[in-house]
Design a binder for this molecule. Structure first.
Ligand code: 6R9
Length: 634
């Protein structure tokens, strides 16, 4: 295999293998599953239905296994002293390396602490943590005892944390006194205290206990009997905690993500299917690399699957960085690569674009000669950024692997696995994945025609449900095109059959690779008494991909002011987090609507992008004159 080709481990051509994988699904996944360590073999491989009203997804039924055993214990014979995690602190002054045996030891001690606190198989444990090795330890300890982890990105506000803890029925929350990111101190424990109070007083849910990692020397408010220091719970003489035998379909974690309507959805991933899929897809991503750095935060699915589970399951070294890769200086990313001899980097287009705009400063004195593969994820990558990544950052020596997938899919679905690699194309479905593009009526579209990306059959890594709301799961993903999983993304295929992803077709924004629901931002803004109506759309942004653009109408008699826009921004920050704060607040007395009263977001998206000439089909618009007046005012 040459480095200009993406990993292609078997000899046959992509097409032949792909055809085999989708026509002999059981045989294909049986082979993939055989790479894991099972405590009891499975009896059935696939029992799945996408039929409306009967959506039911089960893989490897009858089998038993433990995810932490697969990520840790089974490597001890061959790589006990090998680094499992290399961690670097926010300021770059501290590094820590945990070997596989050290990591297992820490996981066992923490698992024992969780058991001591009364956490049992099936209980939900929330994590609101910085990017430190203890986060990985806590997650793996949950998996070891069968507790369901629920990681909330530490950039979310205390209100958002509270809603997610209450929805998931969380018994315990793990946090740090403070987090450090980009030189800033984040008072995580204070947010957790507020969230627990909001949970108790407003949402009627009691999160009974807190475990607090002492990341800094600052003092923190303390409730004896409820708050526990991490270091006091880690008792070196604790008995060894054996991995619990989990059923294939026992939940492994809940992960919240934004949808086009309503509150965030807690997607449920289960034990066997998720791990088989993470492990199987990782081969295409990482090839034969040994020191793998995925820059995603553990609060997102990319952090779960490719920062943590897949590299450890495969016995690699995973690099974990506490800070922001482009901070404090643009060459931070490159410096870390050189320092730790990273041979594969997996990151997001937004970071690549910001480094590209920094030019030589992004390279500093680095050489990046250890790199052999480059990957991207999270949003479409523009060809200029793709070329800069390959030719400048990667010294022209590494293939760029653009990977399309979602929180719901558990792992990569489309990537250039056939060996052909075009800038900006996620390219080809992975083995076992029946991707297709259909029009709004569900009919397949010809090549070069944009449509909706759907998946025609189940795969093991698929989310099984939305926690506590299976009806919403069915409605969101299986009702638009009956019999198919609806991704919410637009795409087209070129003449070679390669997939090009064009972005969301629903009301979900992608800001710096973070998924944000317009409905959540709108409801945060409309909670302000001066506001009458809000429509949030994405505005194209050169680095972030999209930024948040809010059209706001006010109640009669209310006046536009700077202080009002600050208040609205503060609301969003408090309800969701800084990542969702609108870049632009556009005051308007008018919002374009259909005759049935639906806001025409399509028109607003064009207006936000400054495309006022061609607003598309306006036949359903209720008030043509209102729009003319609006355009003149602009
Ligand atoms: C893994 C992850 C999912 C949404 C997805 C799509 C966008 C992800 C992409 C991409 C174009 C790629 N997306 N990868 N778009 N090319 N390679 O990002 O999960 O946070 O759930 O976001 O991100 O729009 O639907 P998640």
């Amino acid at each position: 295999m040459t480095t200009s080709q993406v990993s292609f481990t078997r000899q046959d051509s992509y097409s032949a293998q792909y055809y085999f994988s989708i026509t002999h699904t059981d045989a294909y996944w049986k082979e993939e599953a055989s790479h894991l360590t099972w405590m009891r073999p499975f009896e059935k491989i696939k029992e799945t239905s996408f039929s409306p009203g009967e959506v039911d997804i089960r893989w490897f039924n009858g089998g038993k296994l433990n995810v932490s055993e697969n990520c840790l214990d089974r490597h001890l014979k061959t790589r006990s002293d090998q680094a499992a995690i290399i961690w670097e602190s926010d300021d770059g002054k501290e590094t820590r390396t945990l070997s596989y045996s050290e990591l297992l030891n820490q996981v066992c001690l923490f698992a024992s602490a969780l058991l001591e606190l009364g956490i049992r198989k099936g209980d939900t444990v929330t994590l609101y943590m910085p990017m430190v090795p203890e986060t990985a330890i806590a997650i793996l300890a949950c998996a070891r005892i069968g507790a369901v982890h629920n990681v909330i990105f530490a950039g979310f506000s205390s209100d958002a944390l509270a809603e997610r803890m209450a929805d998931a029925g969380s018994k315990l929350v793990i946090t740090a006194n403070e987090g450090l990111r980009g030189g800033k101190i984040i008072p995580l424990k204070t947010y957790v205290d507020r969230a627990r109070q909001y949970c108790r007083e407003t949402l009627g849910h009691e999160v009974r206990q807190t475990i607090v990692l002492k990341r800094t020397d600052s003092k923190t408010a303390w409730e004896p009997g409820i708050d526990h220091w991490w270091h006091e719970l880690m008792i070196p003489t604790a008995p060894v905690v054996e991995p619990v035998a989990m059923d294939a379909e026992d939940p492994l974690f809940i992960l919240y993500t934004s949808g086009s309507t309503g509150k965030a959805k807690g997607l449920v991933h289960t034990t066997a299917g998720y791990l088989v899929y993470a492990h199987s897809t990782f081969r295409f991503l990482a090839g034969d690399s040994r020191i793998f750095w995925c820059t995603a935060d553990v609060g997102w699915i990319t952090g779960h699957t490719y920062m943590l589970y897949a590299p450890l399951c495969a016995g690699l070294t995973t690099v974990m960085y506490e800070g922001i890769p482009g901070s404090p200086s643009a060459d931070r990313l490159a410096t870390i690569i050189d320092r730790h001899n990273v041979d594969m980097l997996y990151t997001a287009p937004t970071l690549i674009r910001s480094l590209m705009s920094a030019g030589n400063a992004a390279l500093g004195n680095s050489h990046r000669t250890s790199l052999r593969r480059l990957g991207t994820v999270g949003e479409p990558i523009n060809p200029e950024a793709w070329r800069w990544y390959r030719d400048v950052f990667g010294n022209g020596r590494c293939p760029v692997i653009d990977t399309w997938w979602q929180t719901e899919t558990g792992g990569i679905m489309i990537a250039p696995v056939s060996g052909e690699n075009k800038p900006g194309a996620a390219a080809t479905p992975l083995f076992g994945i029946r991707a297709d593009i259909v029009d709004d009526e569900g009919h397949p579209v010809p090549p070069m025609t944009r449509g909706n990306l759907v998946i025609r059959d189940s795969w093991p890594g698929q989310a099984r449900t939305i926690y506590g709301d299976h009806a919403r799961f069915e409605e969101t993903y299986f009702s638009t095109v009956p019999g198919c999983y609806f991704t919410g993304d637009g795409a087209w295929q070129d003449e070679d059959g390669h997939f090009w992803i064009s972005g969301r077709v629903d009301d979900v924004l992608n800001v710096s690779g973070h998924r944000l629901g317009t409905a959540e931002i709108e409801s945060a803004i409309t909670s302000h008494p001066a506001v009458c109506e809000v429509a949030v759309v994405g505005q194209p942004h050169p680095v972030k991909g999209e930024s948040v653009y809010a059209f706001v109408t006010l109640m009669n008699g209310q006046k536009v002011s700077d202080s009002l826009s600050t208040e609205l921004r503060v609301r969003v920050r408090e309800k969701i987090g800084a990542l969702a704060v609108p870049e632009v607040i556009h005051w308007t007395p008018y919002l374009p609507k259909t005759r049935s009263g639906k806001i025409l977001r399509r028109v607003l998206r064009k207006l936000a992008a400054g495309e006022t000439r061609d607003l598309g089909d306006l036949s359903s618009l209720a008030d043509q004159e209102g729009l003319s007046a609006f355009l003149q005012q602009k």
